[in-house]
Every structure is written in C-alpha cells, then in structure tokens.
Design a binder for this molecule. Structure first.
Ligand SMILES: Cc1cc2nc3c(=O)[nH]c(=O)nc-3n(C[C@H](O)[C@H](O)[C@H](O)COP(=O)(O)OP(=O)(O)OC[C@H]3O[C@@H](n4cnc5c(N)ncnc54)[C@H](O)[C@@H]3O)c2cc1C
Length: 231
C-alpha cells in the first residue's frame, strides 16, 4: 500500500505507526511432531475423513483443495495470537464487529489513564498536495494535544478516568492482543483486504497477511491476486 506522507507523521505529537507481531501459533505435540507441521495441520487432520495416507507435501496440496472447495473447518486447527499496536479506536470499532472465531484483549482506559494515550495519524494518501497534508496533520495534532489537556482538567475537577476519556478523538492508539484461527483470519482478509474496506483496517490486515504468508503460505496465498488487483 502507498504511504507517501509517512515522513510527515514522524515528529507529530505522540505519533505511533501500526505494528503487528505474531505472539503464538499452534504447533504439533508429541508423536505428531514427526507427522505434521503447523501449516500442514489442516490437510493432515482432514485426512481422517478418508483414512488416506500422505506426506506433508500432500497435506499442503490438500490445504489448497479444502480452501477451493469451501471445506473450511480443518483450518480451525491453526490458531494465532497477534500483538497489534498503532491502531485507532475507530479501527477497533470496525474490527470487533467480527464475531465468529475471533477475540481480543484491549488496553483499557478505564484503568490506564488516557493522558498516557498515543495517536495514530491519518495517511491522507489520496491528497496530492503536501502543504494541504501538513495543514491537515497540524489540525489533528492540535486536537490530540487539546484532548490530553482537557482530560487532565476533567480529572482535576473530579471526573473518573472513564468519564474523562470521553473527550478523546477516535484516533487514539488502542493496542491489543488478537486471537483467531486460520479460518476466521481468512474471513477477515476476504472483507478487509478489499479496496472498499476502510483504509486503516485494510492496512492492518495487509500487515497481518504478510506475517501469516511467511508462516503458513498455503492457507493464505490465494489472496495474492486480490491484493495485486486492489493495490
Ligand atoms: C467494507 C465494509 C463496510 C461496512 N460498513 C458498515 C456500515 O456502514 N455499518 C455497519 O454497521 N457495519 C458495516 N460493516 C460491518 C459488517 O456489517 C459486519 O458487521 C462485519 O463484516 C462483521 O460481520 P460478519 O457477519 O461479516 O462477520 P462475523 O460476525 O465474524 O461472522 C462470520 C460469518 O459467520 C456467520 N454468522 C455470524 N453470525 C451469524 C448469525 N447470528 N447467524 C447466522 N450466521 C452467522 C455468517 O456467515 C458470517 O458471514 C462493514 C463491513 C465491511 C467489510
């Protein structure tokens, strides 16, 4: 994805960029360590249906076959946990609309004081004029600074953390751990890698896709065409 104004965000007030890290991934246990890998787990476990025998290479082929045919249950064999940082409250609101096979633990500003907040600034990629982008980012920066100052004033006047945070603009950073499996992650990618998805959730999905492509490519490589087409 393009990000031609990234350099303009670097020195803005408490500016953070998106960062996605893989924390955990399913692994075979005991005697199964010799029979399968994380990536081949869907194909390997699906072979129970025909009691068929095969190598890990066969299982990779079977993974692709299962995906093509829509036999997606065995993809649930592979679970992932990600740490995601540098995403806005506004992204969170879209993301938690997904209900099936997904979960989160988010930083809570009911407990952590929101005057610690960082901010995720817009890319404004669609604006060709650099001066306009600088002006827009200044506007955003002002509202971030003002929000922190107002939060502190509300606290001094006796408001709780949870009531004081309500004046925050929705671009405050909301890091989390995200739990999913390969099936639910494919569902997320199918909706959120597309160009009609909101740019920030699309950007995060893209980073996540690049990570899982390194670990379990046969489970996600069919999105390559979609990404090329929509870039
Ligand atoms: C480009 C885009 C624009 C959007 N714009 C808006 C918007 O303007 N306003 C808005 O409110 N939302 C919007 N959404 C969110 C959207 O409406 C869904 O809430 C979001 O995609 C997650 O829900 P889901 O059903 O797709 O996924 P999940 O809830 O994770 O469900 C996954 C799948 O499981 C099945 N499933 C889930 N629950 C049930 C059930 N109760 N009964 C039967 N089957 C079930 C369905 O097959 C479903 O597709 C948008 C989403 C996208 C991708």
């Amino acid at each position: 994805m393009k990000d031609r104004w990234k350099h303009l965000r670097k020195d803005l007030f408490r500016s953070v960029e998106p960062r996605v890290e893989l924390v955990l991934m399913s692994e075979p246990q005991g005697r199964f360590k010799k029979l399968l890998t994380t990536e081949t787990a869907p194909g390997y476990t699906a072979r129970a249906s025909h009691e068929s025998k095969g190598t890990t290479k066969d299982d990779i082929r079977l993974n692709k076959f299962l995906i093509k045919r829509g036999h997606h249950t065995p993809l649930e064999a592979v679970a992932f946990t990600f740490h995601v940082d540098g995403i806005t409250k506004s992204l969170q609101n879209q993301w938690v609309r997904h209900r099936i096979g997904v979960g989160w633990t988010y930083r809570s500003t009911r407990t952590i004081s929101a005057d610690q907040n960082e901010f995720v600034y817009c890319t404004y990629d669609y604006i060709p004029d650099e001066l306009k982008v600088i002006t827009l980012l200044r506007e955003d920066e002002e509202s971030a600074k003002e929000a922190i100052a107002r939060f502190k004033r509300k606290r001094e006047l006796g408001a709780t953390k949870q009531d004081s945070r309500k004046i925050m603009p929705v671009f405050w950073n909301t890091p989390c751990h995200f739990y999913c499996n390969a099936r639910s992650l494919r569902y997320l990618f199918a909706l959120r890698l597309k160009k009609d998805a909101e740019w920030e959730i699309r950007r995060m999905s893209r980073i996540m896709w690049e990570i899982v492509m390194k670990e379990t490519p046969s489970l996600f490589e069919d999105f390559t065409d979609l990404i090329r087409r929509e870039d």
